[in-house]
Design a protein around this ligand. Structure first.
Ligand code: NAD
Ligand code: DAU
Length: 359
């Protein structure tokens, strides 16, 4: 693996991964970050990396659905490895308008697989980043294993399931060297404030209502994003080609407990102006349609075969995350106001209209 194409590297997990790869890991080659810069892509997330690694990091704005452009990039950068994050990632958006999910998550992945097939002689690996949501919802007992049947319940998870199947099929049919990781809910720095944890942190800071869906008893298995990045790199280096690995935090929490913890940590770090406990802001709202009740990951395979374990506890990871959002109010303000798109212009002398719903 010398020239890694990272797709979606300006998003939440992708930008954390590029940072981890260049700043912390033993990788010594070059990273080419290809991102369409939808509403979820923010070049500012890697501005320091671009400066620190001018010879080892390149950014190209491109759409993974544009096969011709992607083919040019494969050749220009002599790509031998793909780490594929690019996706529409937010379940609520997929319920309202699924089109972009079908396009990017399915067609985009298909395009990349075709290009990998065409450059098979130099391809070391196609690593596909996926989600535990493909397995559907758990009852009170049991965990998702790699053998759990796929039962996706939202347009988002159905589109990710389709992409997983394509990746697996390209290994079986064409012998493409692939690995797949199915991970639980991530949290940490640079997460777009539409997802539960950053949304609650920022609303709580601004004394706004904290909208908890349904009865708040839905369960997610939380993993600090850096631990996910370490898992991905471990699988890329040592994972058996053609295999799937589940990644999880061993940290099942009811949503209401997560929100209460955020309130309590914030009360401790930064008292509300009137001294009122932030738990008072919690508001139960209409449930998400098709809302999966419980996710829980069995990552025994990754632990036993490759020796990966999460390092961060939820309490310490959540504190770090809250502190990051407190310390990075400028980033937050630019993202919330939409000004981050103008920021791109000041840095790069050009701007792009929001392409989150192309075509
Ligand atoms: P994100 O929404 O923060 O980032 C997605 C990135 O993909 C953005 O930078 C966006 O601009 C880019 N993108 C979208 N469409 C594109 C296209 N057509 N061409 C090129 N780039 C495009 O998402 P995230 O939360 O960082 O998730 C990254 C990946 O990890 C996704 O595949 C997601 O399914 C998966 N995943 C996420 C989580 C989680 O908790 N966030 C958990 C498990 C798996
Ligand atoms: O499990 C992995 C998945 O985790 C990833 O594949 C997705 O890309 C990622 O978005 C995430 O999906 P979720 O739907 O679980 O994450 P979200 O942050 O949207 O919601 C987490 C839980 O909190 C879920 O049960 C819905 C609930 N929720 C969410 C929001 C945004 C609320 O109660 N209120 C909210 O305002």
């Amino acid at each position: 693996m010398n020239n890694i194409l990272v797709t979606g590297g300006c998003g939440f997990i992708g930008s954390n991964f590029v940072r981890y790869l260049l700043e912390e890991s033993d990788f010594s080659g070059r990273v080419v970050n290809v991102d369409l810069l939808t509403y979820a892509g923010n070049m500012e997330n890697l501005a320091d990396i671009e400066k620190a690694f001018p010879d080892r990091y390149a950014f190209v704005r491109a759409d993974i659905c544009d096969r011709e452009h992607m083919a040019e990039l494969f050749d220009e950068y002599d790509i031998d490895t793909v780490c594929h994050f690019a996706a529409e990632s937010h379940v609520d958006r997929s319920i309202v308008r699924p089109d972009a999910f079908i396009r990017t998550n399915i067609t985009g992945t298909f395009n990349l697989l075709e290009l990998c097939k065409d450059s098979e002689d130099r391809l070391a690996l196609f690593h596909h980043i996926s989600t535990d949501e493909v397995y559907g919802s758990l009852g009170e007992k049991g965990l998702f294993t790699e053998d759990t049947p796929y039962r996706p319940n939202s347009p988002y998870s159905a589109s990710k399931a389709a992409s997983d199947h394509l990746v697996r099929a390209y290994h079986k049919t064409y012998g493409l060297p692939v690995t797949i990781s199915n991970c639980s809910n991530n949290y940490g720095p640079y997460q777009f404030p539409e997802k539960l944890i950053p949304l609650m942190i920022l609303n709580a800071l601004e004394e706004k209502a904290l909208p908890v869906y349904g009865d708040g008893r839905n369960i997610r298995d939380w993993l600090y994003v850096r631990d996910h990045c370490i898992a991905i790199w471990t699988i890329m280096k040592q994972g058996q080609r053609g295999e799937t690995y589940n990644v999880g935090g061993d940290c099942e929490m009811e949503n209401i407990a997560v929100v209460e913890m955020i309130c309590d940590i914030l009360d401790e770090l930064k008292k509300s102006p009137d001294g009122r406990p932030r738990r008072a802001l919690i508001t139960f709202v209409k449930d998400r349609p098709g809302h999966d009740r419980r996710y829980g990951i069995d990552f025994t395979k990754l632990k036993q075969a490759l020796g990966w374990m999460p390092e961060e506890s939820f309490e310490s990871g959540l504190r770090k995350t809250i502190q990051w959002y407190l310390n990075n109010r400028d980033w937050v303000d630019r993202v919330r106001s939409g000004e981050y798109r103008a920021w791109i212009k000041t840095q790069y002398g050009r701007s792009w209209s929001d392409p989150s719903t192309p075509g």
